[in-house]
Design a protein around this ligand. Structure first.
Ligand SMILES: Cc1cc2nc3c(=O)[nH]c(=O)nc-3n(C[C@H](O)[C@H](O)[C@H](O)COP(=O)(O)O)c2cc1C
Length: 337
């Protein structure tokens, strides 16, 4: 993460972005480290000009890259997510928007129509249903439902020690979730950790999305045994993710789980989320079973350190780098270091 970003944000907010959990074993991001355990073996002959085009739940993308969700956008930049929306739209990429975003959803979808809304699978299904309907009206094209540890059982324990909810309340800001759930409360919705949602609740949420004509992707799968039940509940795909190790540092890196999750659901659309920093990471993830790669912190870092131009530069570097690597690779392989 860039020095420019740390200088722009100050230590408290920068630490929130990095978000080390209390049980962290070191300063290294284990998701990033997992990618460093693999290397690429290119072939010499027959590389064709690559076609990077991909799709997310049937909607076309210029490349297999999606921008992930982060809470509290306007704390990070005065224009919130709008520079990211404009940049991703120019690049032909989709973005996922947290329900804890301050910028109204219709302003974001106006800037990039390929916008998905991310919701926490906590509290009542009715609340999620109301937000899904609101998201469809505001122009979102899909829902990402975070099933893994969507709320901390001990309120007050926050990634990096920073309370984003309190910060938004202090500024008097509403978020998309509370705008769309009808409560119009200031800040983020205080959702209970218990009861944890069951398969029945997931099916109801999928049905609500289906009624609103939106595909729903489940975020937070790590155990291969969860992949099939998620797909059987009607999800359009799943994201292998430990939510950036923000709640606990001891969860398995997303990349380490990817091959077994892929083996459990060979036909499913799989996104990998966590640790994508370089074009080579996208290629490694694809060769290990992902259809699409999601990246978040590098975008926050670019946005805060250098604004829209820096987001453009980062995304361009990812796409151009992926093109070059794919061309050089031919039908090469990935192997453990
Ligand atoms: C500041 C920050 C806020 C986040 N807020 C959310 C959120 O509201 N909902 C969510 O599902 N994930 C959230 N995440 C997790 C990211 O979407 C992503 O899963 C994680 O950062 C791992 O990807 P990365 O290594 O590319 O950053 C947040 C991450 C960061 C850094």
């Amino acid at each position: 993460m860039s020095e420019a970003s740390r200088n722009a944000l100050g230590h408290a907010l920068f630490d929130y972005m990095i978000g080390r959990a209390d049980d962290a074993l070191g300063v290294e991001d284990a998701n990033v480290a997992a990618f460093q355990r693999f290397e690429l073996v290119p072939r010499l002959f027959g590389g064709e000009p690559p076609d990077l085009r991909a799709s997310l739940a049937g909607r076309p993308l210029a490349a297999p890259l999606v921008i992930g969700a982060f809470a509290g956008d306007r704390v990070f930049h005065p224009e919130g997510l709008l520079p990211v929306a404009r940049s991703t739209q120019r690049m032909g990429l989709a973005m996922v928007v947290s329900e804890e975003t301050v910028t109204p959803l219709d302003e974001i979808t106006a800037a990039n129509p390929e916008t998905w809304l991310q919701l926490r699978a906590a509290g009542s299904v009715d609340r999620v249903t109301r937000i899904i309907k609101g998201a469809a009206n505001a122009g979102a094209v899909g829902i990402v439902l975070t099933l893994m540890a969507p709320s901390h059982p001990r309120p007050g324990q926050r990634p990096g020690g920073f309370d984003i909810g309190a910060e938004l309340r202090r500024r008097g800001w509403q978020t998309i979730g509370t705008m769309l759930d009808g409560s119009n409360a200031i800040g983020v919705a205080p959702l209970p950790a218990l009861p944890i949602w069951g398969a029945e609740d997931l099916r109801d949420a999928v049905q609500a999305a289906y009624d609103a004509r939106l595909p729903l992707i489940v975020k937070g799968v790590l155990h291969p045994g969860d992949a099939m039940p998620v797909m059987q509940a009607g999800a359009a795909g799943l994201a292998v993710s430990n939510i950036g190790l923000r709640q606990s540092d001891r969860w398995a890196p997303a990349l380490d789980q990817l091959p077994r999750v892929r083996a459990a659901v060979p036909q499913a659309q799989i996104l990998i989320d966590g640790g994508i920093r370089h074009p080579a990471d996208i290629l490694i993830a694809r060769l290990l079973g992902a259809d699409l790669a999601v990246t978040t912190r590098p975008v926050i870092s670019a946005l805060t350190g250098g604004g829209e131009a820096a987001v453009d530069a980062f995304l361009r570097r990812m796409i151009d780098g992926l093109y070059a690597l794919t061309l050089w690779m031919g039908d090469g392989e990935v192997q453990a270091r």
